[in-house]
Design a protein around this ligand. Sequence first.
Ligand code: BJW
Ligand code: ZN
Length: 252
Amino acid sequence: MEEKIEEAGRIIKKCSFLLVITGAGISAESGIPTFRGRDGLWNRYSPSELATPQAFSKNPHLVWEWYEWRRSIIKKAKPNPGHIAITEIEKIKQENFKLITQNIDGLHKIAGSRRMIEFHGNIWREKCISCEYKQDVSNTWDEGKRELPPQCPKCTSILRPDVVWFGENIPKENIEEAEKALSICDVLLYVGTSALVYPVASFIEYAIETGREVIEINLEKTNLSDRVSISIEGKAGEILPKIVEVIRGNTQ
Ligand code: BJW
Ligand code: ZN
């Protein structure tokens, strides 16, 4: 394990462009549930009843209640050492760095990440299903203080969370920015994702198939573990700070 961490740190230190991809696992140590796995949300809830546009059309109240419950958890959560370590790596790599997060919790931004794409949106943004209206409620949200679903203040329609559900297209600018980073990276580090959801899973597959150095950090093996350069099993919040130490040269 320690050897793998050393090797990962050395690869990241000398690479010319690092792409980091994160998933729900990086926020698990902040107390935010993941989707898949033993304690995952999808064991208790059905993705097709909560995370699709069809589910929202059928029962917007139910879908909103689920997002309001998740907001109540996320509101209390703080970035953990894994998020912080990624900001440290960005400070070292500067413009030779990009982070694609699948998470909608906003914790990377709070931790200080800047060269970042929130690929599946952000739970604190809301958008109208009929007009162009969007709003950010991160500072104004007050649990239970609104009727659900919330009304659009500009038209007669309703608002939805500004996140990407199954079957929906990823915003064009997110795809373009991600593909640019993917095309120039020589190292891809992915952390806390089951790598099962497309198109993000295809970015990792592409990096493997085109011979980039690919490093995985996950609590357990994934479908791709056997195909990557280095697969490190463990908690993101424990492994990533050790990698930062190696990059800084603070290990003997
Ligand atoms: C730790 C840890 C610790 C725990 N330390 N590790 C090609 C093939 C097949 C299907 C498709 C395809 N292309 C598109 C599809 C359909 C679909 C898809 O991928 N389906 C698959 C499930 C098969 N994709 C889409 O629909 C996407 N749209 C799209 O491609 O548009 C074009 C298109 C349209 C229509 C048809 C075809 C193409 C959109 C996907 C949107 C995903 N949305 C969600 C919800 C977002 C909002 C919300 O949060 O509510 O995004 S679903 C959910 O999964 C969420 C996540 O971002 C995403 C990924 O999950 P993630 O982050 O990997 O979490 P987990 O829980 O799966 O894994 C956590 C991992 O952490 C585990 O491995 C743990 O072991 C680990 N871990 N603690 C380190 N401390
Ligand atoms: Zn509207």
